[in-house]
Design a protein around this ligand. Sequence first.
Ligand code: GLC
Ligand code: CA
Length: 565
Amino acid sequence: MIKKKWWHDKVAYQIYPKSFKDGNSDGIGDLRGIIEKLDYLEELGVEIVWISPIYQSPFIDQGYDISDYYAIDPVFGTMDDMDELLLEAKKRNISIVMDLVVNHCSDQHEWFQKALRDPFGKYGRYFYIREGKNGNPPCNWRSYFGGSVWEKLPGYENLFYLHMFAKEQPDLNWENPQVRQEIYKMIRWWLKKGIAGFRLDAIINIKKDLRFQDMPADREDGMCTGAKMLQYAEGVHEFLQEMKQEAFEPYQAFTIGELFDFRPEEMERYIGDNGCFESIFDFAPHILGGSEKGWFARRPVTPDEFRDAVYHSKTVSQDIGMMANIIENHDEPRGVSRYLPEHDINETSKKMLAGISLMTYGLPFLYQGQEIGMTNKQFQSIEEVDDINTLDEYNVAIENGLDKEQALKLIAGMSRDNARTPMQWSNEPNAGFSKSNPWLAVNDNYSEINVEEQKTRKDSVWSFYKKLISFRKNPEYTETVVYGRQIPVLTELKNFMGFYRRGEKQVLLVLANYQSQKREIVIKEKVKRILIDNYEGSCDTAKPIQTEKGTVFLMESYQFLVIEV
Ligand code: GLC
Ligand code: CA
């Protein structure tokens, strides 16, 4: 078994601050709004909260473009508000985790402004500034948000700076020890203030393939996705270990990495005793169905692919450390809209997905609104979209010959704005999120799906989440739910997830009928008790029958069970 850590038995929750709760009625969520809702989070059973960036920012990429790491953006409040938040969170046993965005900063950051004035001076070396090829970019890498990763330095014919994301997000030069020291200093400053740790944004990108060479084109634009260079960039672990030793370890900080492009066989380098981070998000199900061509060419994910991806992640990680389980976040569509067939999205199937996510080995990491089963938004036109990434993907679809309507239809399901619509607190105007018009329109379904209504109902998605969270903390079962080994079972069945969690005190069996058709399931063990059933309270609640073949269940559509065997 892995070495125990304080955060293993917790449940974490991500707040996207602009859309969580507006405290001063300007239409944008803020720190006062978060403070207001701490009791709500405590009631739900959340003990770790990661807040997406609240630093000073021009908001080209919604705060992931930081112009001052030591300042709170006025849109969110003041440093006093932040101090109050930390204090109030502590009273409720909630640890606050901030977002660490240090692959790049904003082009408005004073370092970059100074670099612009003197590209060959001290601050020029804070970034990757390179000569082009006769006025053309140094190489053919495409940025994550479209176009070249190279942007011309204003006033120079043949000098370019590197940006893996938007051109307003210049990449910081991690090869420069001064840059690294500046970053560690900033991290220590925040940790000293009392935050519990950081979520590390796009962190694998900090190491570049410094040859900056052309790669074979993967689209007709003649470019190749910049992400590909990560395969050739050696040495990211040296930076990460140094950061761990100099900044995180002295404060025993909790760290959770966002990384997509890594080799699963290198898991030990990332998590566990010698890993660079405490945990990393499990994105395995989220990358399924992707296409080099763009979002428009993605294909939907089947239940079996989802299951196999989740199982594979556990196989490669559970002897080493604990990954974090998510079904959605601020960059991904709503989990229920993505992992359930459109015609089958209902409270029962949403609860099944909740059950899978919370009973799978790992740290459950909820995203705001997930606990009430918020869904994707129906975008009527591209004008309703704010997200820079979606706008680029829309253009890519158009360039590939799709008409506007088709393009919108194909990319809408992946839009990052699906998860960014305001939190649905009640059926009051603007979903109770704000007294003014919200910065991004609320989802039309807020009168049916909202916290206020779901809290009054025992059989709501919210109540089911609360039950799963309390189950994780139930002293009788916590050791098994947190550390019990996950062993797949009944893997030959289609549209089905079944696994054991083998703990020291007991064995739990988790069964999910991932389809609308009922089916009969036979297990070899006798049932001691049924602990969780998403049909509880209805006449279709599970009724196991003992036969000579074993125990037989008739499982209803999307039924989810946790059984002690
Ligand atoms: C991460 C963030 C995303 C952001 C990007 C650039 O992937 O989660 O929202 O756009 O990094 O900072
Ligand atoms: Ca506000």
